[in-house]
Design a protein around this ligand. Structure first.
Ligand code: NAP
Length: 457
């Protein structure tokens, strides 16, 4: 019996876009069998052929970027230009692993008494990826391209509001000519995840999403003694010191917070600005927020579209209310947003007290939290008070401050004089409750590989 039908809803206006029928238990069983069968041959496909297929996938992504982007925007509301940029970034990840994958997987030689000793990088098998809706293509390709290059096969359980995109991703690999079963989209709910992780045919699991989902998946993976990788939430600190180029700092602070309509794990969410420049920064930052265009995500001049669902909007509205009741002050102007759909006006909250959502929770939408700090020590101490540790930003030209921030900010990344961005050439991941493990670059490829030690006497 298939489960309950799942609808895609356009968050800009509440229209039902499409209705999907989830996989039946028999369908899941067939997909797992297919993945296990395909792995036995895919693991032996030469690296040059895997690379060639990834380049073909990049070609498909580039050729069909406009179509895939349109579906992304319809399903989750991000401005169309950002959706198209996301699809093209996926092509760059394919090309990165096609070019560098073979070098990342070279044998590592060791000197012992043996005739030869080395580590060989071997794939693990079918890997389950549980993915979120906010970057419906990028999060999946970030996992899938190194996994396929490594010789693994992928099983995708995508977020339930972006199933058209989930099917489009499968379409990319099919069009590129990947053998059937290398990458399969499973239209399933989160209730099916446990059984799949526990299944012997599945060898590892990766999840990008919220803390509760990560905790559950990691517990099941731990109980099954299977490797897991977690990319969870963040509440990144963005620190601005007096020596910073203020124009650049303000520009980055806006984009860092409102990109993807504020729904990014590595968005700057808490802004700590030195007292010497605070008033100027706050004035310019507020003016920039007030000038943002909020509206139809299909239009080219839109900066901020709707949030992805009504539930997300309601949760954010509740967080903002609680922060305001807890002492925060709203700096941005009141603005009206379309009534129907998951709309939320971008805003800046200043001076929120500790113990409020502004300090303690991830705010997943276009809300910036701003505080005045007396020193870099003060900024770092406040930054590190978060349970999260994903990205962090420092704007400063002072080498001693840069060195201190790199050493002391508790985060998986520190970007200096630019906002945090993921890049196929750089490892990506968090610490503390932002998760564990690294994606992208060589680390992302090695994440799900057996680094086999070989000693030949
Ligand atoms: P979510 O509710 O955790 O959903 C993410 C995925 O997990 C979806 O496919 C969801 O399926 C599934 N899921 C939810 N509960 C589950 C459970 N108990 N067991 C197994 N699977 C489960 O996350 P979200 O709210 O959609 O996404 C936003 C969060 O992701 C934010 O916290 C954001 O910061 C984080 N994120 C992190 C990164 C990173 O790289 N660190 C990147 C992007 C987003 P259903 O849709 O069917 O419920």
């Amino acid at each position: 019996m298939p489960g309950k039908e799942v609808q895609s809803i356009n968050p800009a206006n509440g229209d039902v876009l499409e209705t999907f029928t989830p996989l039946t238990p028999a369908g899941i069983e067939a997909a797992l069998d297919k993945a296990a069968d395909r792995f036995r041959s895919w693991r032996n496909v030469p690296l040059s052929e895997r690379a060639e297929l990834l380049n073909l996938a990049a070609d498909v992504l580039e050729a069909k970027a406009a179509d895939y982007a349109r579906d992304i925007t319809l399903e989750m509301g991000k401005p169309l230009a950002q959706a198209e940029a996301e699809v093209k970034k996926c092509a760059s990840a394919c090309r990165h692993y096609a070019e560098h994958g073979p070098a990342y997987m070279q044998d590592l030689t060791y000197q012992t008494e043996a005739h030869r000793a080395f580590v060989r990088h071997l794939p693990m098998g079918p890997v389950l990826a549980v993915m979120p809706w906010n970057f419906p293509f990028w999060q999946v390709f970030r996992f899938a391209t190194p996994a396929l290059m490594a010789g693994n096969v992928g099983l995708l359980k995508h977020a339930s509001n972006v199933w058209r995109s989930a099917l489009n991703i499968e379409d990319v690999f099919r069009r590129a000519g990947f053998p059937d079963g290398c990458f399969q989209t499973l239209l399933i709910g989160s209730g099916e995840v446990e059984g799949i992780i526990r299944d012997d045919r599945v060898r590892a699991v990766t999840l990008t999403g919220s803390g509760p989902a990560g905790r559950s998946v990691a517990a099941i993976a731990g109980d099954s003694i299977k490797p897991s990788l977690l990319e969870l939430g963040g509440s990144d600190a963005f620190i601005v010191m007096p020596s910073a180029d203020l124009d650049n700092a303000v520009k980055n602070a806006v984009t860092a917070r409102i990109q993807n309509s504020g729904q990014s794990c590595i968005a700057g969410k808490r802004f700590f600005v030195h007292a010497d420049i605070y008033d100027t920064f706050a004035k310019r930052y507020t003016a920039a927020f007030d000038a943002l265009t909020v509206g139809d995500p299909m239009k080219a001049d839109t900066d901020v579209g709707p949030l992805a669902t009504l539930t997300i909007r309601d949760e954010l509205a509740d967080q903002v209310d609680r922060s305001l009741k807890g002492g925060a002050v709203r700096l941005t102007k009141e603005r009206t947003v379309p009534g129907k759909g998951a709309w939320f006006a971008p805003q800046i909250l200043a001076d929120a007290h500790s113990g409020t959502p502004s300090t303690d929770e991830e705010m997943f939408g276009p809300v910036a939290n701003l505080w005045k700090v007396t020193s870099l020590d003060d900024a770092i101490a406040r930054a590190n008070r978060s349970v999260y540790g994903l990205g962090s930003v420092l704007f400063s030209k002072d080498e001693a401050e840069i060195d201190q921030a790199v050493r002391e900010l508790e985060a998986g990344a520190t970007f200096v004089n630019s906002m945090v961005a993921s890049d196929p050439r750089l490892p990506f991941g968090g610490i503390k409750q932002s998760g564990y493990g690294r994606e992208l670059a060589a680390d992302g490829l090695h994440a799900f590989m057996n680094r086999k030690t070989v000693s030949i006497a």
